[in-house]
Design a protein around this ligand. Structure first.
Ligand code: ZN
Length: 413
């Protein structure tokens, strides 16, 4: 049997006035996801466990079939895995943004989308300057997004670092930073580190050149999103499957690395509505020839919702349905021993331009999946079914492990 998971990031939403009281999924033309619901079933599940942050890291871990409550401590460890950085047990990974502060306010959490080449030079200088005073090693990522690995010391243990409250810098654009500096057991270390980065960056030739060119300088490191190593049971051990992941997003690829899946990079995958859908489909079909399991992730609906654009979100969902879901539904015609699951990983609300937890709709069909009375895919239709999986990671468990897969199993009966 082949298993295909198609993930439309942040597709789920609340009813919108701009859509005549419908959600973005309900307003979008989605004949293929409707068809999945009609051929099989649809229902609700909670990818984000109660009390956990509704991020793509937590949501996707659930959809991959891992319980985030057991395995997740922070996104930076997942990004580190994707960068090939191995974390020791006494180390914690932090996302370290290069941010642009102006008189103590968060001017730009991207430092004017600084280039990776420029950032690499800044990170080199920071490593040289900070190595003697801090147990940190910085790794250059892409643009403003870098990773810092901090070794535990008497001053800050792994638990203390993980328990420290660090504000994501994209949440405080234009605001005074002082109330959002690290708080908690390792706050002293992290604040010292941020302070120490400032003079290194201030007169750096890269920044002087940027200022001269009218661009924003990178003025400080901003650590956040920390976590200890993400240790996942491999897909082979957990489900007896080999598999592949296709995504433009580091977090999703990082989970794939940790799960022992093949991570396939599609050159035109952008994470935006202009992504190379056909390239992703071709790579996915190719992967299915070698593997039992495929996880194909599309970021665009989430990005559109972050921009607060209903039109773009609806368009992104329609593109996902037509250009990703459609071809895999066709694959089912020629490969009947296959199951297909289409789902988001969390809500991304147009109204707040941000993520939210709560039960989101899924649809699945294929070999051995019992049919319910669903005819369409959407929040309301999923709610009308009586499937609600509160331990969200169990959705994929049942999808993969139960054969046949009766509705009663999805209802937890
Ligand atoms: Zn997401």
């Amino acid at each position: 049997m082949k298993y295909i998971v198609l993930l439309g990031d942040g597709m789920a939403d609340h009813p919108l006035d701009a859509c005549g009281g419908r959600t973005a999924i309900e307003a979008a033309r989605t004949p293929n996801m409707d068809r999945i619901a009609a051929l099989g079933c649809s229902g609700l599940f909670c990818p984000v466990p109660e009390g956990m942050p509704p991020g793509s890291d937590v949501g996707n871990l659930s959809v991959f079939g891992y319980d985030p409550r057991k395995v997740f401590s922070g996104r930076a460890a997942i990004e580190a895995a994707n960068q090939g950085i191995a974390l020791a047990e006494d180390e914690v990974a932090f996302r370290c943004n290069l941010v642009s502060l102006d008189h103590g306010t968060m001017k730009d959490f991207t430092s004017g989308h600084i280039t990776t080449e420029e950032a690499r030079l800044l990170v080199e200088s920071l490593n040289e300057a900070l190595a003697d005073r801090f147990p940190i090693r910085l790794y250059t990522g892409v643009s403003y997004r870098h990773t810092g690995v901090i070794k535990a010391t008497a001053a800050a243990s792994v638990d203390q670092m993980v328990a420290t409250e660090c504000e994501p810098p994209h949440n405080i654009t234009g605001q005074a930073c002082a109330p959002y500096l690290p708080k908690g057991p390792a706050a002293g270390l992290l604040r010292d580190l941020m302070d120490a980065s400032v003079p290194v960056l201030r007169d750096h030739p890269v920044n002087l050149k940027r200022i001269e060119a009218g661009k924003l300088p990178a003025t400080s490191l901003w650590p956040w999103g920390q976590g200890r190593a993400l240790t996942l049971e491999s897909y082979r051990d957990r489900f007896g499957l080999s598999g592949a992941v296709i995504s433009a997003v580091d977090l999703v690829k990082g989970i794939g690395v940790c799960a022992g899946l093949e991570v396939i990079n599609v050159p035109g995958a952008t994470g935006w509505i202009d992504t190379d859908y056909e390239g992703k489909v071709a790579a996915g079909l190719d992967a299915l020839a070698r593997h039992d399991f495929l996880y194909l992730h599309v970021e665009a609906p989430d990005e559109a919702a972050h921009q607060g654009s209903v039109e773009l979100k609806v368009q992104a969902i329609e593109q996902f349905d037509a250009r990703i879901v459609g071809p895999f539904l066709e694959y089912l015609n020629t490969h009947p021993d296959t199951r297909l699951l289409a789902t988001p990983d969390h809500f991304t609300l147009i109204s707040t331009k941000t993520h939210a937890g709560g039960p989101v709709p899924f649809a699945m069909c294929g070999a051995g999946v019992e049919q319910d009375s669903s005819t369409r895919y959407g929040e309301r239709d999923a709610r009308a079914s009586d499937i609600l999986i509160t331990d969200g990671y169990l959705l994929t468990h049942r999808f993969i492990k139960d054969n046949p897969l009766p509705l009663a199993a999805l209802r937890g009966e």
